[in-house]
Design a protein around this ligand. Sequence first.
Ligand SMILES: *Cc1c(COP(=O)(O)O)cnc(C)c1O
Length: 359
Amino acid sequence: MEIANAHVSLSALKHNYAVLKQRAPSSKILVVIKANAYGHGMLQVAEALAELADGFAVARSKEAIALRKAGIDSHILVLEGFFDGAEAQALAKHNVATVIHSEQQLEVVEGLSLVRALDTWIKLDTGMHRLGLLPKQFTSLLPRIRACQNIQSPFKLISHFACADEVEHPLTLQQITAFNGLSKELDVECSLANSAGILLWPEAHAHWNRPGISIYGISPQVDNSGVDFGLIPAMTLQTNLIAVREHPKGESVGYGATWQAERDTRLGVVAMGYGDGYPRSAPNGTPVWLNGRLVPIVGRVSMDMLCVDLGPDCEDEVGDKVILWGPELPVETIAKAVGTIAYELVTKLTSRVRITYTN
Ligand SMILES: *Cc1c(COP(=O)(O)O)cnc(C)c1O
C-alpha cells in the first residue's frame, strides 16, 4: 500500500502544453518549473517536456544549474537573475539566461570578465512594482546595456503582470501599453504573459509566453478550475483509509473537539495531514474523494491524519484509496475552502509525500 503519494501524469503535462500552444500558436513557450515545478518534480517535468518546450524558466540560479547538471540543454531563464558576480559567472559558464532587473545587477556584469556574454532578458517594471527597471530608468540605462560586452546583443525584454487573473482589472492593459511603448522602437524579442496572460489576454501574447500553473492543469483564477480551459490536472494527491469507526451522535472528533456528529455515523481516518502539506486550515466540510463520491472532512486536520464523515450506511473499507485533489476533485476547490490559491497547496507538499509518474 502506497501511503500518501502525489501521482503526476506526464501525458497531462504534454496535453496542457499543447492547449497553451494552441491558445497562442505563434508564441514560443518557456515552461515555468520553479519551486520544484510547483511541487510536481522539476527534473521529471523538464525531462518530460524537453522535446516539446522552447525553454524553461526557474526562479533561482541553483535550480537552473541543477537542470544543466541533469543534462537539460534547453534555453533556461533565471527569473530573479543573479545576486552577485560569482552567480553571474556560474550562469555564463552553464549557458543559462538571466534577467537583469536593476541597475545594481548591470553594475555587477559591467565589472566582470565572463567566459561568454550573458543571454539577457531586461526586466521592465510596467506596474507590478516588484522587480524591474521603470520605463524612464530603462531608457536612461539603455546605452550602458547596449555597450556592455557581457550582455549578449540583442538582449530580450520581459515584464510581469500583477492582475492578469482578474479580467476586469484595468492594470493589465496599462501594463501592456507601457510595455509596447518601450519595445516598439527596439528590434528585440519580448515576453509578457504568464498563464493568466495566455488564457485571458490575447493582446499579451508575445514572442515568448511563460506558463506556470496552467502547465500543471490548474487555473490561474480563483473561481474556476483548469478543466474550464481544457486543461487536465497533472497531480493526484492520494492516500488510503486507515480506519473506519462507528461514531455516535453528539460525540466529537480530533484536537479541540471542533465538530460533533449530528447523527450516528461512521468516520473514516485518512493518512494525510499537515505533515504532508495538506493545509491544517481546511475547515469542516472540505471535500475529499473516496469510492466515487465526495465526503466531508470533520474535525481538525492533524499532522498525519484527517477524519471524514462516511455516513451511517457506508461500505468503505480500510485500505480504500482516498483522493485529496486531482482530476476527480480540483485543487482549486480545496484552495477556495482554505482561503488560499492552488499555487500554494501544490508547492507546499512536504518531502514525506513521494512523487510518482506515469505517461
Ligand atoms: C511564476 C512566474 C510565471 C508563471 O506564472 P503562472 O501564473 O504560474 O503562469 C511567469 N513569469 C514570472 C516572472 C514568474 O515569476
